[in-house]
Ligand binder design. Structure first.
Ligand code: SF4
Length: 89
């Protein structure tokens, strides 16, 4: 429950057509499919259907939201960093 007394499950039964999967999914899926964090497309998909920004701000820390909405590093860049780190250590 967040500070406004809203349960994280409040919208779980709401259904939407998922452009990634090509079928219907519920909000529970959208808020957990990213290693138990929300899908990174959740704002675009759910805006206009529910107050998605208030939901996210009310139930997730800034750190969690940062994890969700930060662009993943390209694999090559990550590999280069790993190699550089291995050389240093
Ligand atoms: S938020 Fe993600 S999982 Fe949910 S409908 Fe949109 S793309 Fe699909």
């Amino acid at each position: 429950m967040n500070k406004e007394g809203k349960l994280i499950e409040q919208y779980d039964g709401n259904m939407i057509r998922c452009p990634r999967i090509g079928g219907d999914v519920n909000f529970l899926f959208c808020r957990t499919e990213n290693n138990m964090l929300p899908c990174r497309w959740i704002v675009n998909c759910w805006k206009g259907r529910l107050d998605i920004r208030t939901f996210l701000e009310g139930h997730y820390t800034q750190k969690e939201l940062g994890q969700v909405f930060t662009e993943p590093k390209p694999k090559v860049e990550s590999l280069v960093r790993l190699v550089e780190k291995a050389k240093r250590d």
